[in-house]
Design a protein around this ligand. Structure first.
Ligand code: PLP
Length: 383
């Protein structure tokens, strides 16, 4: 039975991947910093308006780079939502800083600006909002908080390529932003990511830290005869193979985003009667946000209902997925970080969350099937 399931996710393929990979192989020099890397980075700059985009091996890798750039270390605190992937926290914990987990807003599962404000101490150095599901956090409030307390604002936009807030692309509003091109994202290259540098004063150092602490970027640009080791460094640039695959995907950003948004709207429409009947909730998108259809999430009354819904959808041939466990309750989160306040939403909502199939090419009948199955399961509220 399982093999017949409509999967929760299937990576998008533009059709140009194999051709671009062959070009990269023909060029023979597969190391980082070639033509495909340059084209990907230029597309990301054009799309986001960032001062500079640097490809990385993953969003985790980009967050690690951001952590080094921000200069946080032992004794410093970094505020982030508890409901996120481990990398948002571990990148800063690796520098010796303490992740401080705060609650999320129940409607969006994005960081609650009031909870972030309440967690600020004289040791706070950075604020790391996560744009869950490709829906923006309240960037007006977070920007104000960062300005007022002179904090580094670093956007974890792992899920957010193609999405915006008041017309500004996500990842372009903090001093730094990070993107993921993992296979599960809207666009990907298996494993990949990017650091967006929005503050021009950070560009030169970011290029140095990105490439093993060396001035190799200046050497490549022909500005110096030899490069030198001048700072701390990571080995972050991916090979041209990853960049070739990624370019074939990035070129289709508009199409993929539009298709995913259409599917998202179809789910929203099909499930509206169940939402109105109070049987479930869908994740909210505030009016000033343009989401990218990364996730369609349902919140049930409790974990038991969520699990029954997942089983019923599986029986109808649809694979669904859960998501993050709250980090403040995880063993490493408790050891390496601390929670501020009670975090009622981050503690309970993940146990009620279910994600529906979301990828470029989900059959058109799926939203109606979901609505029918869930309507039958929870009281016959048929669309
Ligand atoms: C919010 C968030 N941040 C960071 C990451 C890490 O991304 P990557 O797998 O590219 O390292 C993920 C992965 O799903 C994520 O959801």
């Amino acid at each position: 039975m399982t093999t017949d399931l409509i999967p929760f996710h299937r990576p998008f393929m533009s059709g140009n991947e194999a051709r671009y990979l062959q070009h990269a192989l023909d060029a023979a020099t597969l190391c980082a910093g070639g033509a495909f890397t340059a084209r990907c980075e230029a597309l990301l700059v054009a799309h986001t308006g960032a001062q500079r985009a640097l490809l990385t091996h993953s969003c985790t890798n980009a967050l690690e780079l951001a952590a080094v750039l921000s200069g946080v270390g032992p004794g410093d605190e970094v505020i982030l939502p508890s409901f996120t992937f481990t990398s948002t926290a571990t990148a800063f914990a690796l520098r010796g800083a303490t992740p401080v987990f705060v609650d999320v807003e129940p409607a969006t599962l994005n960081i609650d600006p009031a909870a972030a404000a309440a967690a600020i101490t004289p040791r706070t150095r950075a604020l790391v909002p996560v744009h869950y599901a490709g829906t923006s956090c309240d960037m007006t409030a977070l920007q104000q908080l960062a300005d007022q307390h002179r904090l580094w604002l670093i956007e974890d936009a792992a899920q957010a390529i193609g999405a915006s807030y008041k017309g500004q692309p996500l990842g372009s509003m903090g001093r730094l932003g990070t993107l993921s091109f993992h296979a599960t994202k809207n666009l990907g290259c298996g494993e990949g990511g990017a650091l967006l540098i929005n503050d021009p004063d950070l560009v030169e150092r970011a290029e140095i830290l990105h490439d093993k602490g060396t001035t190799r970027a200046q050497f490549r640009a022909g500005r110096i005869r030899q490069y030198d080791w001048v700072d701390l460094g990571l080995s972050a640039p991916p090979s041209e193979l990853q960049a070739a695959h990624l370019l074939a995907q990035l070129e289709q950003l508009a199409t993929v985003t539009q298709q995913r948004r259409l599917l998202w709207q179809a789910y929203q429409q099909a499930l509206a009667p169940l939402v109105q009947a109070g049987l479930l909730q869908t994740l909210h998108v505030p009016v000033d946000c343009t989401h990218n259809g990364h996730i369609f999430g349902l919140l049930f009354a409790d974990g038991g209902q969520r699990d029954r819904a997942q089983a019923a959808l599986a029986a109808a041939g649809l694979q669904t997925a859960l998501h993050y466990q709250p980090l403040h309750l995880s063993p490493a989160g408790q050891q390496l970080g601390r929670a501020h306040g009670a975090l009622p939403h981050a503690s309970t909502l993940p146990g009620r969350l279910l994600r529906l199939p979301m990828w470029h090419g989900v059959p058109a009948a799926v939203p109606e099937t979901v609505a029918r199955v869930l309507g039958d399961l929870f009281g016959g509220a048929r669309p």
